[in-house]
Structure formats: structure tokens, C-alpha cells
Design a protein around this ligand. Structure first.
Ligand SMILES: Nc1ncnc2c1ncn2[C@@H]1O[C@H](COP(=O)(O)OP(=O)(O)OP(=O)(O)O)[C@@H](O)[C@H]1O
Ligand SMILES: [Mg+2]
Length: 192
């Protein structure tokens, strides 16, 4: 059963597992396209495995195959955070992102569509654009993306949710430097 078809991947449900398959993009050169899809599949599986090891709330990785460009993972039967967001869930999201950044894992596409809520518990998903980086700037850009996604899709509750997110994010190591850098990122955004 197909769950979702995005720009880069098809998500389907089979035997109660989620299969994420990277699909080909016609506008890319074939050789390049294959390389990129394999690379992203491998990277996504690696990051997911690392999150599992660190006990960061994410689906369990079952298997991955670079050649077939698929990842098999636990199915989190729930709703996208974007559909149910509130202060409590934002706080949980801040906790997750805080732990990721403490371990130098940058999400790369931090929006409210890339979290799933199952039984009141928040999980992070979609690591196709994730990278390992110690840079404060990269972490700040992650936060900026999340803030922007709150502004764009949850305008009326943005302030409470953002405050709740930061409250738990701030409890993590070196988070103050990231929040300081965020001001610079925001400033740049405004002057573009
Ligand atoms: N493990 C999972 N359990 C439940 N639902 C999931 C799971 N993985 C993905 N989904 C659902 O499928 C949607 C799309 O998945 P995902 O965000 O990983 O891919 P994508 O955004 O299409 O791909 P990408 O951004 O890597 O190109 C999610 O927003 C979520 O609703
Ligand atoms: Mg996604």
C-alpha cells in the first residue's frame, strides 16, 4: 500500500514495515541520478542507524539496500506533526533536535512534516538530506528551517510552539551558541 509519494521517494507499507524507495528523476543525467540516489539511501540508513543507537526517538531501521535504493524501517502508525502540533509535541521535537545536534547530526529538512506522532510520542523521520557536522551554523540553519515551517503552516500557534521547542532545545550542550547563531541566520534571511 502506498503511503506517500514525494519529490524524491515513494513510501509504502508492506508487512507492517515502511519501505522508502528513492525514485529516479528524469531531469538528472542517468549516471549521476543513480549515484545520487544510492548515496542518499546509504546516508539516510547510516544516520537512522546512528539515531537508533543513540536512543533518539526515530523509526527502527530494519534493512537497507543501496543497489535497490530502498530502506526498510519500523512503521510508526500515527500522524504527521504538522497535523496535530501543539506545545507538548513542540517540546518533544526540541528535545529530539537538541540530542541530534549534541551528537553533530544535522537533519537538513527540519519541517513539521518530518516528524510523526504516535501515541502522544514524537518521532523524527526523513534523513535524506542529513549530514554530520559540528558547525554551529549548520545547526542554526536547521532551527531556522523549523521556525520557518512553524511560521508558514502554524501561524496562529507559532509563538507558543517555538518557545516550547527552544525551552527543551536549550537544555542541551552548546545550544546557546546555536541560538545566538540563529539570530545571524535570521538577519541574513531578512536582508536577502
Ligand atoms: N517510518 C514511518 N512511519 C510512518 N509514516 C512514515 C514513515 N516514514 C515516512 N512516513 C510518512 O511518509 C511521508 C514521507 O516520508 P519522508 O518524509 O521520509 O519522505 P519524502 O519527504 O518524500 O522524501 P525526501 O524528503 O527524502 O525526498 C512522511 O511525511 C510520513 O507521513
Ligand atoms: Mg519528508
Amino acid at each position: 500500500m502506498k503511503l506517500s509519494e514525494g519529490a524524491e521517494a515513494i513510501i509504502s507499507l508492506k508487512n507492517n514495515l515502511v519501505i522508502k524507495e528513492r525514485i529516479s528523476k528524469n531531469y538528472r543525467l542517468k549516471v549521476l541520478d543513480e549515484k545520487l540516489r544510492k548515496l542518499r539511501t546509504r546516508k539516510e540508513a547510516k544516520i537512522l542507524q546512528k539515531l537508533n543507537e543513540l536512543n533518539i526517538s526515530s523509526p527502527k531501521l530494519i534493512t537497507s539496500c543501496d543497489k535497490k535504493m530502498i530502506i526498510e524501517m519500523e512503521y510508526l502508525e500515527g500522524k504527521q506533526l504538522s497535523l496535530v502540533i501543539d506545545e507538548n509535541y513542540s517540546k518533544q521535537a526540541g528535545e529530539i533536535v537538541g540530542k541530534m545536534h549534541e551528537n553533530n547530526i544535522i537533519h537538513g529538512d527540519l519541517t513539521t512534516a518530518n516528524f510523526v506522532v504516535k501515541n502522544d510520542k514524537v518521532f523524527i523521520i526523513d534523513f535524506g538530506l542529513s549530514v554530520i557536522s559540528k558547525r554551529t551554523e549548520d545547526k542554526a540553519v536547521d532551527l531556522h528551517l523549523f521556525e520557518r515551517s512553524l511560521e508558514a503552516h502554524h501561524t496562529n500557534i507559532k509563538e507558543e510552539c517555538w518557545d516550547a521547542f527552544l525551552e527543551s532545545y536549550q537544555k542541551h550542550k552548546e545550544s546557546n551558541a546555536v541560538i545566538k547563531q540563529l539570530e545571524k541566520v535570521e538577519h541574513r534571511g531578512r536582508n536577502k
